[in-house]
Design a protein around this ligand. Structure first.
Ligand code: PMV
Length: 337
């Protein structure tokens, strides 16, 4: 019996523009996670996938369509078995559970896939690197998102704050001061694929305007990196607000998101923005630790269906030791249950 888990994530800066080659910054969120349990099963059972949170009860190989909820899970299992060199379908039961809300910008698909890849690899005695895990999870991300940048699989497989540029080596970000975040859920399901497709349509129709907006988002991410490394949370708050304005300009915000953003700012947040694909899903607010609770209450009072208070731990140096809480650096992203 083998169990492995993976965290959710937030995109702090740069969503959407990252699909067009601009930099983005993301961090894991360990308050939500997906776990996968692998158990040996009777001979000739094959692979049975059980994921009650996702309404899946499914034998590998039973015909399904790409709309079926089991489709990405089956695909993850197939890619992983192939990567591990296992040709014959093994006899095992895979039980998946997840507290990462689906289609709300917290990386549910990538978290579930990462947990499955890790659990299968461990079960068959293989040690995959975060890079190898990320690459496998990316295959599943293509099913969820169509044209994913790769940021979700990267931040979740590495389990560290990352500076991400598509098709470039990942950089683990040094964090000068802990970043306290209030994450508020609009409760609105917003499939990433649709928001990304709408942005693409806008970009095709008004290439010059969208390119300029993506450039500005990329520049904000660059300034945010310096502020994160230098522990300058006041600047970081202002940059979150600037990034939100730019996301509004590309058409991925919504009245519900803006209501949570406004409530957080009015209650004292240093800055706030939507996170992930937008339209629905979650917003993040950068807060001082002592004001996290009143800001969480304010966000709830205007209709957030769920609120998470989390922090991105400070690190002493790149690849150095985590100060305070956070997953150990010698086991990047591995949250074994
Ligand atoms: O909705 P999420 O959390 O999966 O984030 C998607 C981020 C986008 O930049 C909108 C898409 C991508 O592939 O990077």
């Amino acid at each position: 019996m083998t169990t492995a888990c993976a965290p959710g994530k937030v995109i702090l800066f740069g969503e959407h523009a990252v699909v067009y080659g601009r930099p983005a910054i993301a961090a894991p969120v360990t308050q939500v996670r997906a776990c996968a349990l692998v158990e040996d099963a009777p001979r000739r059972q094959g692979v049975f996938i059980r994921a009650e949170d996702l309404q899946v009860n499914h034998y590998l190989g039973v015909p399904i369509t790409d709309e079926h909820p089991a489709y990405p899970l089956e695909s993850t299992v197939r890619h992983t078995l192939a990567r591990l060199g296992i040709e014959a379908i093994p006899d095992l039961t895979l039980t998946v559970s997840s507290t990462v809300p689906v289609a709300r910008g917290l990386g549910s698909g990538a978290a579930v896939a990462t947990a499955i890849v890790r659990a299968l690899a461990q079960h068959f005695g293989h040690a995959l690197t975060p890079d190898e895990i990320s690459e496998l999870v990316y295959q599943t991300e293509i099913l969820h998102h169509g044209t994913p940048s790769g940021i979700d699989n990267t931040v979740i497989a590495f389990g560290r704050p990352v500076w991400f540029v598509k098709d470039q080596p990942i950089e683990i970000l040094r964090v000068g001061q802990p970043l306290w975040l209030v994450i508020g859920d609009t409760g609105i399901i917003s499939p990433t694929k649709l928001a990304v497709a709408d942005v693409r349509q806008g970009w095709q129709q008004e290439a010059e305007r969208y390119e300029a907006l993506f450039n500005r988002i990329g520049a904000v991410a660059g300034r945010a990196r310096k502020a994160i490394e230098g522990g300058d949370t006041a600047t970081l708050g202002r940059l979150l607000n600037e990034n939100q304005q730019l996301l509004e300009a590309i058409g991925v915000s919504s009245p519900e998101l803006e209501s949570l953003v406004d409530a957080a700012r009015q209650a004292g947040a240093m800055g706030a923005k939507l996170c992930g694909a937008g339209r629905g899903g979650n917003m993040i607010a950068l807060v001082r630790p002592e004001s996290a609770q009143p800001i969480a209450d304010a966000v709830r009072a205007v209709g957030a269906t769920n609120v998470i208070v989390t922090h991105v731990a400070a690190t002493d140096a790149q690849f150095g030791h985590t100060r305070g809480e956070g997953p150990p650096l010698d086991a990047p992203g591995t949250l074994t249950c």
